[in-house]
Design a protein around this ligand. Structure first.
Ligand code: G6Q
Length: 556
């Protein structure tokens, strides 16, 4: 019998994934490539930059600066085939209940199906209702944009304050910033999410309530942060407009699946734009949750964005894996996460308008694939979702790129650029793009000690100025950042995340990990609010922190 103290249950009972032929083949290939370098791969195969590129709709992706060769590519595709990726893709698009822990379909792809198409789920078409809501949103947006929709005192709406959090905030906020050059000139959107009162107060302080429309975005309409901010906003509005609650009708709309709670809050359901439980929060920017964005950019541009999503959906659904961009980005990510053990992945847009895209992807990816059990509840014996992070270039270059170039951890990166800027001044766009290309080159090929010495560096500095290279990047280029391209980019990453979730056999569509903190906060709120000393039964650290807060706060 083996000694239980020295037995590794994972090593002794590898899962069907880690003991599968494709996984074992990739393990061998990684060992074979470990001594190689991107310099070597490029020297051996001068055509790799043509062969390892993929064009998908309006995105051109160069994957050649990755530790990939033809054998690895074939083995990665075999891995996708082995886990039945195509059947899983088809199941999602068909509306099967692939979100097993919540027993739901996952149908964000139905939100962007063209008008007139159909998809039956549980005996009912879902595409018709999607377009009914889109048409209502378009009608409402047009009225706000034209000034036909006026507030309680007859003034047009110039400030749109979206109150929501997580999936009900990050998507519209990211896309609103991404599409800055398409915005209505006289309308500004603001996004309030944090329950920290400073977020709401700082946002509304300069606004005129007469010209302010609040869009309360919450799938459940029970979220503490959103409901608290919405109540405080309502008080501010009513107070600012003379104290009559009736003003809410002209200054509040709701985006939700929960008509009862919307009504209970005091918003007429005639001013509610609905969506459905088969739209996950982090997959909802293309649902009614996008209303603020539609008001900003107009319904035509919003529909162009949806069309971009749909084109990428079709690319994902129908393209063979080796030329399928979301699939390949997913597989390359698995290659680094599981076979090179790289723990993080950075997304670095060289497009200032995409400044919130990394934050958006952080939620999309980490909430979807940050799981340690597979779909059947067993603990996985392989790594799952990486830590996603990033900032726009070139700012990151003057901050954290040092570690990416010379640190002890290798960080694969996605670099995103546009050939034409929304606007240029002083030819700066060329400087931006030169930096983008230079970063990919420097990361991949580095600078050897010989090259450093030859450039005249003193002996004591050679090691410091040497770059190892071999730091992989995916380069994603587009012509220009249009609404369609924003849709394509979001769908690209949604499907990349899906691909990885299928390989790792996790449910990418639940988020139980956010529950425990919420539950505990709900139990602590009354303890902070209690007039009398509450009996605390947390651990000693939490008890002491609560007492310290109660005893030292300045307000009663
Ligand atoms: C996303 C998550 C989460 C959610 C927020 C807001 O997939 O479920 O980020 O979007 O918790 O939830 P509500 O929209 O229900 O307020």
């Amino acid at each position: 019998m083996s000694d239980p103290a020295t037995t590794d249950p994972v090593a002794d009972n590898p899962s069907s994934l880690t003991s599968s032929p494709a996984w074992l083949a990739l393990t061998d290939l990684q060992a074979g490539l470990a001594g190689s370098s991107l310099r070597q791969l490029f020297a051996d195969d001068p055509e790799r930059s043509e062969r390892f590129t993929i064009d998908a709709v309006d995105l051109h992706a160069d994957l050649s600066k990755n530790m990939l060769n033809d054998e690895v590519l074939t083995a990665l595709v075999s891995l996708a085939e082995q886990v039945g990726l195509q059947a899983k893709i088809d199941a999602m698009f068909a509306g099967e209940r692939i979100n097993t822990t919540e027993d739901r379909s996952v149908l964000h792809t139905a939100l962007r199906k063209p008008k007139g198409s159909q998809l039956e789920v549980d005996g009912a078409d879902v595409v018709g209702p999607v377009h009914t809501v889109l048409d209502r949103m378009a009608d409402f947006s047009n009225r706000v944009r034209s000034g036909e929709w006026v507030g309680a005192s007859g003034k047009r709406m110039r400030n749109i304050v979206n109150i929501g959090i997580g999936g009900s905030d990050l998507g519209p906020l990211m896309a609103y910033r991404a599409l800055a050059s398409f915005r209505h000139p006289d309308i500004q959107c603001f996004y309030v999410s944090n329950v920290d009162p400073a977020h709401l107060l700082e946002t509304i302080k300069p606004l005129d309530p007469e010209e302010t429309l609040f869009v309360v975005a919450s799938k459940t309409f029970t979220t503490l942060e959103t409901l608290s901010n919405a109540r405080s906003a309502r008080s501010w509005l009513v107070e600012g407009l003379g104290g009559d609650l009736a003003v809410v009708a002209k200054h509040f709309v709701a985006l939700s699946t929960n008509a009862d709670e919307v009504e209970a809050f005091g918003i007429d359901t005639a001013n509610m734009f609905e969506f459905w439980d088969w739209v996950g929060g982090r997959y909802s920017v293309d649902s009614a949750i996008g209303l603020s964005l539609m008001i900003a950019i107009g319904s035509d541009a919003f529909r162009e964005m949806l069309d971009g999503f749909h084109q990428m959906d079709e690319h994902f659904r129908t393209t063979p894996f080796a030329q399928n961009l979301p699939v390949m980005l997913g597989l390359v990510g698995v290659w680094y996460r599981n076979f090179f053990d790289y723990p993080t992945h950075a997304v670095l847009p060289y497009i200032q308008a995409l400044d919130r895209f990394p934050a958006y992807l952080q939620q999309l990816d980490m909430e979807s694939n940050g799981k340690h059990v597979s779909k059947d509840g067993s603990t996985v014996d392989y790594e799952t979702g990486p830590i996603i992070w990033g900032e726009p270039g070139t700012n990151g270059q003057h901050a954290f790129y040092q570690l990416i170039h010379q640190g002890t951890t290798v960080i694969p990166v996605d670099l995103i650029g546009a050939i034409d800027p929304a606007d240029d001044v002083g030819g700066q766009h060329d400087f931006l793009m030169a930096n983008l290309f230079a970063q990919a080159e420097a990361l991949a090929f580095g600078k050897t000690a010989e090259e450093v010495a030859a450039s005249g560096a003193s002996d004591d500095l050679v090691a410091h100025r040497t770059f190892t290279g071999n730091r992989p990047s995916n380069m994603i280029l587009t012509q220009t950042l249009t609404p369609s391209v924003v849709g394509q980019l979001v769908a690209l990453y949604e499907h990349k995340v899906f691909t990885q979730g299928v390989i790792w056999d996790v449910n990418s569509f639940d988020q139980w990990g956010v529950e425990l903190g919420k539950e505990l906060a709900n139990s602590i709120i009354p303890e902070l609010q209690s007039r009398t000393e509450p009996e605390l039964s947390h651990d000693s650290s939490t008890n002491a922190l609560i007492r310290r807060y109660r005893n030292n706060r300045s307000r009663d």
